[in-house]
Design a protein around this ligand. Structure first.
Ligand SMILES: Nc1ncnc2c1ncn2[C@@H]1O[C@H](COP(=O)(O)OP(=O)(O)OP(=O)(O)O)[C@@H](O)[C@H]1O
Ligand SMILES: [Mg+2]
Length: 467
């Protein structure tokens, strides 16, 4: 046993593996399950934070009130009414009455506040359907049962303000019609009405306030998202509570810094390329003056290549930064690229599924796809260009049946001026900027490019852009 120490005690790791840890794990699982069912938006969450305590407090208060006060008062009132009815029954059965019960009726009406009548017969109507939740019905039934000890029938539902009680006597049925308020703490529900309506008012105020607090956060999120996707941000102004405003200001500063950096990089490299081009041109002129020979030819080829690289970079640098993102029809864009390739005599399939319109920089994007298609056409015979826009992502796939790129080179080929063609002894290789530029454009739209093996046998380039 390697787990036990020299004195036979469990090592600390196992000791800690006991109830505390298990309880903590269980709690974490429970919390995660709760979090899964919680609303995900800040607005809904904040509303919940406001509403839930209010709801709990009110439920507790209402329950206690119902339980203690309402039930008690209604019970006492019902008891009093049942006692009065019992007294009337006692009087009627103990002392003989005139045929119309004039005396007891006037006593009941004047002193007890209800009317009594004698109905012939001895059968009660069928019991009324019990209301689902009625304190009065149950309290009154209970009290009459306890005090009268005879078959009875009550109707607390029928006539709105009145309660009817029928009790079977020896020579007929006693019918009592009392006011509902005699047996029931009827205006207690005002308390509930007040409580609910006050909380509705509070809730409305909370909704209005919360909306104003959350809007700046949403605006900040929208602005950051647009910026990440390379779209126009509009005139974003930090607003709202102090913390939110601070985050907004930090974003604005960061955005300005990034924009400045991109601009600086582009201008600097464009400047360098431009100056180098001037030097190269001079170089070329001087080369032309040299006597013919193999050395001179090799130098001329090198200088030509350098010039091509600089031209490619300058063409890219000129385009960047100035273009605005606009809604672009991608189906049309892919069709145009495929058509150009077909016209040049290549075999290319193309297609697009999903919503074709997306906001992006059309020229830059065309260059991105054009670079990938250009590579595919250069290396393969057959090319397949597919676009799909669904579930918030634009995916463009370029397949070819060429030699492909080995897995350990798939990162390297994105490096500027990095080419495999030289190793493959292809004369017509480009400058090696194509993929670097393509990735730069994809990333400036908030997306990326990945390379993998194609089902056609060559390389598959996948561009994914959020949108
Ligand atoms: N579809 C492909 N099949 C095989 N190899 C490829 C493919 N696409 C790119 N590569 C390899 O990756 C290298 C870099 O590609 P990249 O597009 O950056 O440069 P390039 O095509 O050589 O030059 P440029 O695009 O600037 O004219 C290429 O030299 C090539 O070896
Ligand atoms: Mg290329």
């Amino acid at each position: 046993m390697t787990d036990t120490g020299p004195d036979g005690a469990q090592p600390a790791r196992l000791l800690r593996d006991t109830p505390v840890i298990r309880a903590r794990l269980a709690w974490r699982r429970f919390a995660r399950r709760i979090a899964d069912h919680m609303p995900k938006g800040l607005y809904a969450r904040s509303l919940l934070i406001v509403v839930l305590p209010m709801l709990i407090l009110q439920s507790v208060v209402a329950y206690v009130f119902m339980e203690r006060h309402w039930r008690l008062v209604t019970g006492r009132l019902s008891e009093a009414l049942a006692r009065d009815v019992a007294a009337v029954i006692d009087v009627v059965e103990t002392w003989p009455q005139d045929p119309n019960w004039r005396t007891i009726r006037s006593i009941a009406e004047r002193d007890l506040g209800f009317t009594v009548t004698l109905l012939p017969g001895s059968t009660l109507p069928p019991p009324m359907p019990k209301p689902f939740f009625s304190l009065l019905d149950s309290a009154l039934s209970e009290e009459i049962e306890a005090r009268v000890h005879r078959p009875f029938w009550i109707d607390t539902v029928g006539a709105s303000d009145l309660v009817e009680i029928r009790v079977v006597l020896q020579n007929g049925i006693l019918r009592v019609i009392a006011r509902r308020s005699q047996a029931y703490a009827s205006n207690s529900h005002i308390f509930l009405v007040w409580m609910v309506s006050t909380s509705l008012v509070l809730l409305t105020i909370a909704v209005l306030f919360l909306r104003n607090q959350i809007r700046p956060i949403q605006q900040l999120a929208d602005a950051a998202e647009s910026f990440g996707k390379g779209r126009p941000v509009g005139d974003f102004k930090p607003r709202g509570a102090r913390e939110v405003r601070r985050a907004g200001e930090a974003f604005a500063v960061m955005r300005r810094r990034i924009e400045r950096q991109i601009e600086q990089r582009t201008t600097m490299l464009a400047g360098v390329s431009h100056d180098l081009r001037t030097v190269l041109t001079r170089f070329r002129l001087q080369l032309a003056l040299l006597p013919d020979g193999a050395d001179r030819e090799a130098l001329e080829i090198d200088v030509g290549e350098m010039q091509a690289m600089l031209e490619a970079y300058l063409a890219f640098a000129r385009g960047e930064g100035e273009e605005e993102a606009t809604p672009t029809d991608l189906r049309e864009l892919l069709r145009a690229i495929a058509q150009d390739a077909e016209r040049a005599g290549f075999e290319i399939e193309h297609g697009f599924t999903g919503a074709p319109t997306l906001t992006l920089r059309p020229n830059a994007f065309k260059r991105l796809i054009g670079n990938l298609v250009g590579n595919a056409l250069r290396h393969g015979e057959k090319v397949d260009l597919r676009g799909d826009h669904s579930a918030g992502w634009l995916t463009i796939t370029v397949d070819d049946d060429g030699p492909g790129v080995p897995e350990d080179e798939r990162d390297n080929v994105f490096r500027p001026f990095y080419r495999l063609d030289q190793a493959r002894n292809q004369d017509e290789g480009g400058t090696g900027l194509g993929l670097a530029i393509a990735r730069d454009i994809a990333r400036s739209h908030g997306g990326d490019i990945t390379l993998e093996a194609s089902p056609l046998g060559g390389l598959r380039a996948v561009v994914r852009i959020p949108g």
